[in-house]
Design a protein around this ligand. Structure first.
Ligand SMILES: [Zn+2]
Length: 315
């Protein structure tokens, strides 16, 4: 038997073992709704129902929606960085979408068992999970069969963690292949792109990431923010970004305009004309409460533009 045939046999066997392992992952331990953290957790039944709402095979970009912002985090989970981000998001009452690489929650990778726990926690706290492939390849550079496996492995992990079929996909490097497009459309998966890149893989610095997000937000007016929960500097950039958005919102309110609202990706799905996922009465009630709290917060602040310290321009 030639060595290339042996290698193919070995890879096939490894793939089968990996699929078997994913099937054997411990089931989700279930929500812990008591205590202070419970206050941040939406009903997981409600969270699961949101997954099905994306079935339809559309593509969303995030532009042209007014002052609505959705936060997305790619390339995780990472046990060293994701848990701290979850705390930041809870502190601001923000729900985000995490596009994960299932390879990171694999038992043979360094720290991946801990990252699997971080993934469970991400779901438990009410964030959405999306598919970012298994090992983050450029889909245009690998054969169709491998693309299928890359997508299916992560789908399987999402199903295991959430109990729901996932219909959100973000292509690594924003690069979709014709085969993957067809496969995802057939399956009814929504492909999510972004219009506000944080450039956190180019700038390893909180101030620069903050400035990149705010500059694009100013130009675009709102949209889908792309960050990576695998970088320490990104995690630390999240609180200043949220604070800067609040300051901008105060400026808008002072002008008699609407403030920014942090929304889920379902808002953009609705705008793209897919099967509507109308905002629930509960979501609208929550926004009224948040808006009123923002007005109170803004009234306690001077109505000026974004301070230099938040822009990261001061020394
Ligand atoms: Zn990525």
């Amino acid at each position: 038997m030639r060595s290339s045939t042996l290698a193919k046999c070995f890879l096939t066997l490894a793939g089968v073992l990996l699929l078997l392992w994913l099937g054997e992952l411990p089931a989700h331990p279930g929500p812990v709704l008591s205590g202070a953290q419970g206050a941040f957790v939406d009903s997981l039944v409600e969270v699961r129902s949101r997954y099905g709402a994306f079935k339809g095979g559309a593509r969303i970009w995030g532009n042209g929606v007014g002052r609505k912002i959705a936060f997305t985090f790619d390339d995780g989970p990472n046990y060293q960085t994701t848990p701290r981000l979850l705390d930041h998001l809870d502190a601001y009452g923000i729900k985000a979408t995490f596009f994960i690489n299932s390879r990171r929650a694999h038992p043979f990778g360094l720290g991946s068992a801990k990252s699997y726990q971080a993934l469970l926690e991400t779901h438990r706290r009410g964030h959405m999970l999306g598919n970012h492939t298994h090992a983050h390849p450029n889909l245009r550079t690998i054969p169709a069969a491998k693309q299928k496996v890359q997508i299916e492995l992560t789908d399987r992990l999402i199903r295991r963690v959430t109990g729901a079929d996932g219909y959100l996909f973000s292509p690594p490097y924003g690069a979709m292949s014709q085969y993957a497009s067809r496969l995802l459309r057939k399956r009814g998966t929504t492909v999510v792109m972004w219009n506000i890149g944080s450039e956190d893989d180019k700038f390893f610095n909180v101030s620069k990431v903050l400035n990149a997000v705010m500059a694009k937000l100013e130009r675009q007016g709102g949209g889908i923010v792309l960050m990576h929960d695998t970088h320490f500097w990104t995690i630390e950039a999240v609180p200043p970004v949220v604070q800067a958005v609040r300051v901008e919102s105060c400026v808008n309110l002072a002008r008699g305009e609407e403030p920014y609202e942090v929304v889920g990706l379902d808002y953009f799905w609705h705008k793209r004309g897919g099967r509507p996922a109308p905002r629930s009465l509960e979501a609208r009630r929550r926004w009224r409460q948040k808006r009123a709290a923002l007005v109170r917060l803004c009234n306690g602040r001077p109505k000026v533009g974004l301070p230099a310290f938040i822009r990261g321009e001061s020394s």
